[in-house]
Design a protein around this ligand. Structure first.
Ligand SMILES: [Zn+2]
Length: 435
């Protein structure tokens, strides 16, 4: 289907951060055909659908570079706890009661929530990732899905099972599926759940398959201390030693980085997923974001799972990322709106492995676009579009969402997900798993 969006304000997030007032967007067979096309280009498009963009703002779909989408099942059940207590004593025992079908419904709810709040691509790690892949296929969203070569059995016999063969199978079954909307990575939960041997094996697996790794790094001060006890070096250093950084990496959190760690991340081109809400909620600390950006590290944004956030709202992450670093550093010039928008879009697309096809509104990119309803008091007047999105917008302003040129939400109606059924299923699962 060819779509013309006319009379629309546009934030492109292209190389020059172009912002256009009252322009137009042409979409042809899933791709952006033009931004601000001429009358001839508009005629040539032969649009099947024309969307009037009056009182709407178009921007690239948001990219959530670190989440565990099916954790929607565990939303609001264990809060106000430190990470170790929360993860080992509350989350892992509840997750041990999940069966594969549960994860499908949890991920579908996550997809519904993400589309509603303007996320068009996410990077996920969890158990039963086949189920997440099914949810991605059906919902129309795109994702970088990571599968772990190690299975951890929670509870008394906390044994570890090697599932390297299942990773090959997962890659074979899902990489490039859903019209290229799925990319597969290797999940390495963390240097504290893996050991030197399994870190090295995971790195070799990713190299062999030619794919990336998604990992949690230095989320807490405790992780840093334990890493020194166990390896005689911190998590970033042991990852470097074991070859983890020899492939494209999404490193979630990176809260407790030393200067040398930042040097390593920059040298190895590691992508950082900054998760301000999760880090604040779990009391993990505040990442050295301005310094990472100054060094030219590619920093993107993530929500983390809904058990530590407790939503998948990227507008909140952009808002917090723009605010907290100004506050703690007592410097209002740090992390501006333009920079935060790039973190939420282009930087995220690059981190998730979709950099060549999404993240900005430019000719030739996939049409991953969200339209905000700006006909609201908190958007009046719209003096600066980028500031309006970062400082004034709410996720509930997302009116319509297009992914790969398909309209997956229009006028706040989801087109691909039966939201009522998904909510009912997740409620049932949650009651069973958390009882
Ligand atoms: Zn996480």
């Amino acid at each position: 289907m060819n779509i013309l969006i006319k009379n629309i304000d546009i934030i492109t997030c292209d190389k020059t951060n172009r912002v256009i007032k009252n322009g137009n967007i042409g979409i042809k067979k899933g791709y952006i055909e033009f931004i601000n096309g001429t009358n001839a280009e508009i005629d040539n498009l032969k649009a099947d659908r024309v969307i009037d963009g009056t009182h709407r703002l178009a921007m690239p779909g948001l990219v959530n570079t670190h989440t565990h989408s099916a954790m929607t099942i565990l939303r609001n059940f264990a809060d106000d706890l430190a990470l170790e207590e929360w993860l080992f004593n509350r989350v892992f025992p509840a997750e041990a009661r999940l069966v594969p079908g549960d994860v499908y419904w949890g991920a579908m709810l996550g997809a519904a929530e993400m589309i509603r709040s303007g996320t068009t691509t996410f990077a996920d790690m969890y158990l039963y990732m086949d189920e997440v892949a099914k949810a991605v296929c059906e919902s129309g969203i795109k994702a970088n899905l990571s599968r772990s070569p190690l299975k951890f059995n929670a509870g008394e016999n906390s044994e570890t099972i090697d599932e390297t063969m299942e990773c090959y199978e997962y890659h074979r079954n899902w990489n490039g599926q859903a019209n290229g909307r799925i990319k597969v990575s290797v999940e390495v939960h963390s240097a504290y759940l893996f050991n030197e041997e399994s870190l090295g094996n995971a790195a070799n697996l990713a190299k062999e398959l030619g794919i990336g790794i998604h990992i949690h790094i230095l989320e807490t001060a405790g992780e840093r201390e334990e890493s020194f006890r166990r390896y005689g070096m911190n998590s970033a250093e042991i990852c470097l030693k074991c070859g983890i950084f020899d492939v494209p990496v999404i490193a979630a959190h990176c809260v407790h980085l030393s200067d040398n760690d930042m040097h390593i991340l920059k040298q190895k081109g590691v992508n950082v997923a900054h998760n301000p809400t999760s880090n604040l909620k779990l009391g993990s600390g505040i990442a050295r974001l301005p310094e990472m950006l100054d060094r030219g590290i590619n920093v993107a944004l993530g929500t983390d799972g809904t058990a530590s956030n407790n939503n998948l709202n990227m507008f909140e992450e952009m808002h917090l990322a723009a605010l907290i670093h100004k506050g703690v550093n007592m410097n209002p010039e740090l992390v501006g709106a333009e920079q935060v928008l790039r973190m939420g879009t282009v930087n995220g697309a690059f981190a998730a492995g979709f950099g060549s096809e999404t993240g900005s509104l430019e000719k030739g990119m996939k049409a991953d676009i969200l339209l905000l309803d700006t006909d609201k008091p908190h958007f009046c007047p719209m003096n600066n579009l980028q500031s309006a999105v970062v400082y004034s917008a709410q996720a509930s302003d997302v009116d319509s969402v297009i992914i790969d040129g398909n309209i997956v939400m229009e006028n706040r109606q989801l087109k691909t997900i039966d939201e009522e059924m998904v909510k009912r299923k997740v409620l049932e699962i949650s009651q069973r798993v958390l009882k």
